[in-house]
Design a protein around this ligand. Structure first.
Ligand SMILES: N[C@@H](CCC(=O)N[C@@H](CS)C(=O)NCC(=O)O)C(=O)O
Length: 326
């Protein structure tokens, strides 16, 4: 685990000394936008086969992008390369695995940092996934999942993407406000708990995290999804965190006041979204579990992977009757 400094790899864990033991996520650096006509920000025009996704099945931020790629039927337009689940001293790697999932289909690179070096030989910063690569301009379009999913939501529609707008104009304000709370306290909140190196930093993160879970539980009492009858962006951004909650965050990141299965609405809602057409194939729970437990040496020094928990996301969810506010 490390970062690039002036284009050179340095093995280094997160530094929480300067922030009172708090984990602070760095801002993504590549922030271009693909648009239908390429005029939005210059030259990044939506074209089938032009863009390539670098992904990890373990990562919840990547998972959003895989979900959108599936929802929008973009599998044949945007090919994907997966990294190995282990993030070791060289960061994400393409070391082959038994299941033949892993490998850089474009350049046959050994490490993910080589992709960043191609985009900027002097790059300084963390080497994160997801990365959306432009084969034409040979650079990274974006390494910010929140923005990549917005691009996939609409930019490829004229090229035959599956219909569906998950960020509709009329609901943007509601979606943004849910996203804001969920990102700060839950999506990123689990990391603030897990990577905290002082009791104070952990306490500051864990209380709002469970407040948000309680709030979501009550929101889902009489509506099927967060903004109504249909799953929208706020739901798809929340799902990857919920899918990993009991598996990883409850134990490994010490988010253990309650489990997801202790919230009846949230647990059924998670299964509802998991069972949505196309979604289950975006999940690889083995990669998720192994990644966290084996990569975070400071959190789990002996890298022992616990046996459980047994979770059945295929169990019927029974939330169909909430559609239309019934
Ligand atoms: N803002 C980014 C965050 C992505 C991110 O932090 N990904 C993690 C994997 S879950 C990563 O690659 N971490 C490597 C590192 O921090 O060095 C996004 O949402 O796309």
């Amino acid at each position: 685990m490390g970062l690039l400094v002036n284009g050179q790899w340095q093995d280094q864990w997160y530094d929480t000394d300067a922030t009172g033991g708090r984990f602070e996520r760095s801002e993504a650096v590549f922030r271009h936008w693909i648009t239908a006509d390429g005029n939005g920000d210059g030259e990044f025009k939506a074209e089938a086969g032009r863009y390539h996704l670098y992904a990890s099945y373990a990562c919840p931020w990547v998972h959003r992008v895989l979900i959108y790629r599936a929802l929008k039927g973009l599998e044949s337009m945007i090919e994907v390369s997966f990294v190995h689940w282990l993030m070791g001293e060289n960061g994400w790697s393409f070391q082959s695995d038994e299941d033949n999932i892993v490998g850089d289909k474009l350049f046959d690179s050994r490490f993910m940092y080589e992709i960043y070096q191609k985009a900027d030989p002097q790059f300084t910063g963390r080497v994160t996934v997801p990365v959306l690569w432009d084969k034409q301009q040979k650079t990274i379009v974006s390494n910010e999942s929140a923005e990549i999913i917005r691009m996939l939501n609409s930019a490829f529609d004229d090229l035959g993407a599956t219909a569906g707008d998950y960020y509709p104009e009329a609901q943007r304000q509601a979606i943004d406000s849910i996203n804001d709370r969920v990102y700060n306290t839950l999506n990123n909140g689990v990391y603030k708990c897990g990577f905290a190196t002082t009791q104070k930093a952990y306490d500051e993160a864990v209380v709002p995290l469970f407040d948000t879970l309680e709030w979501l539980e009550s929101q889902l009492d009489n509506q099927r999804f967060l903004c109504g009858d249909q799953p929208l962006e706020a739901d798809w951004r929340l799902l990857p965190t919920l899918l990993r909650f009991d598996l990883v965050y409850h134990g490994h990141f010490k988010c253990n006041l309650k489990r997801l299965v202790d919230y009846p609405n949230l647990w059924a809602y998670t299964r509802d979204l998991y069972q949505w057409p196309g979604i289950s194939t975006t999940c690889n729970f083995e990669h998720a579990k192994l990644h966290y437990l084996k990569s975070h040496e400071t959190v789990n020094p002996h890298r022992i992977v616990p046996i459980g928990p047994a979770i059945d996301f295929d169990e019927p969810h029974g939330r169909e009757q909430l559609t239309n506010g019934a």
